[in-house]
Design a protein around this ligand. Structure first.
Ligand code: NCD
Ligand code: ZN
Length: 348
């Protein structure tokens, strides 16, 4: 290695929000994640969704079977909350030891959210139990009212749902997932220590101009949608501040090329193949590479009350080019940054 090349060594990071999908997709998603992460919080929005501990156990097994021999990964499972999730279901999840969170998808908010919650009051019995037993409440925070502008849906969710919820459940551990606005940053910063947030790579590196200026670029379309640059700056500030309430969650979400490049394209960006490298790039651009380890390797584990990892990984500031695509069943998966430079690389 060239001694002039900047490097950074970190405790192995985890990913506190990832979509691995199922079936043949697992061979790609699971091994991409395992190359860098020790643990991943596995989002449950399969078709049909993962709504109970038995399904979570079976899904976990399929993930582990998809791992290449030389790799390891600890999949931390999540239940998908529906209008019918009972306190008993939540109790079993907590007792399992491998389910670590339950996720709110407001019905209609995002990819595969049709079975989601239609009224937050419907899950109050489940939330009472979670508050008692410490299972983490993971939230997709967007209002689904079709009259609310798509760029305002997170902000309205804070006012209409999250603020009253936090006062009804002051002891509930909440992760406000993939936050995208200054309002969300402010909310989390001023909330009690039971409230934390994940921040994705793409919301740190991009804003809505990348999605819409000079042409529609469907691979930048994800939910919550990319916002104005001022929000991007606020997220960068939060992620690089060293505040333990903000931690890594890639929201890496693969969709086949034909579903993304379509008259009605799906939401989701695939970043797992270069996740920690892209975060390193974002932190370095903000002159805060020294803050990456806390964000990527410590604060999420602390929030979930799990031990920090002990293995190390090393990154160097060396450019490589992202591939044009990966094969995905009988289609292609176009990753974020396809055929463009990535400025940091992971050393094996
Ligand atoms: C996710 C997916 O494709 O599963 N898509 C996305 O745009 N983030 C779902 C989600 O987390 O909202
Ligand atoms: Zn997600």
């Amino acid at each position: 290695m060239n001694s002039a090349t900047p490097t950074v060594t970190l405790v192995q990071p985890d990913d506190w929000h990832i979509h691995l999908r199922d079936g043949p997709a697992l061979a790609r998603t699971v091994n991409d994640a395992a190359k860098q992460f020790g643990r991943v919080i596995v989002m449950p929005n399969l078709l049909p969704p993962v709504t109970n501990t038995v399904q979570a156990q079976q899904y976990r097994q399929r993930i582990i079977e998809a791992l290449d021999l030389q790799l390891t990964l600890d999949p931390l499972m999540v239940l998908y909350l529906t209008d019918n999730t009972s306190a008993d279901t939540v109790r079993q999840a907590k007792q399992s030891g491998f389910v670590h969170a339950a996720k709110l998808y407001p019905a209609g908010a995002t990819t595969h959210s049709d079975s989601g919650v239609t009224d937050i009051k419907n899950i109050y019995p489940a939330l009472e139990e979670m508050q008692k037993n410490g299972l983490v409440f993971s939230i997709h925070g967007e209002i689904t009212d079709s009259h609310v502008d798509i760029f305002d849906r997170e902000e309205k969710f804070i006012d209409q749902i999250l603020t009253p919820l936090v006062s009804d459940f002051p002891e509930l551990k909440i992760v406000f997932e993939h936050i995208t606005t200054q309002q969300a940053v402010d909310f989390v910063q001023s909330a009690n220590d039971n409230i934390a947030a994940t921040i994705t790579i793409h919301h740190l590196l991009y804003n809505r101009n990348h999605l819409l200026a000079g042409g529609i670029r469907p691979h930048y379309y994800c939910l919550p949608i990319l916002k104005r640059e001022l929000h991007q700056k606020s997220l960068i500030q939060a992620a690089t501040s060293g505040n333990k309430k903000f931690f890594i969650g890639t929201d890496s979400a693969p969709h086949p090329q034909h579903s993304k490049e379509s008259a009605c394209g799906c939401a989701g960006a695939y970043t797992a193949f270069a996740a920690i490298e892209l975060y390193a790039e974002a932190f370095d651009l903000a002159n805060a590479i020294d803050k990456l380890e806390g964000f990527a390797s410590f604060y999420g584990a602390d929030f979930y009350q799990l031990p920090r990892n002990t293995q190390l990984i090393t990154l160097q500031k060396k450019t490589w080019q992202a591939p044009s695509h990966f094969d995905m069943s009988d289609d292609k998966l176009i990753p974020l940054r396809a055929q463009q430079d990535i400025l940091w690389s992971l050393i094996d």
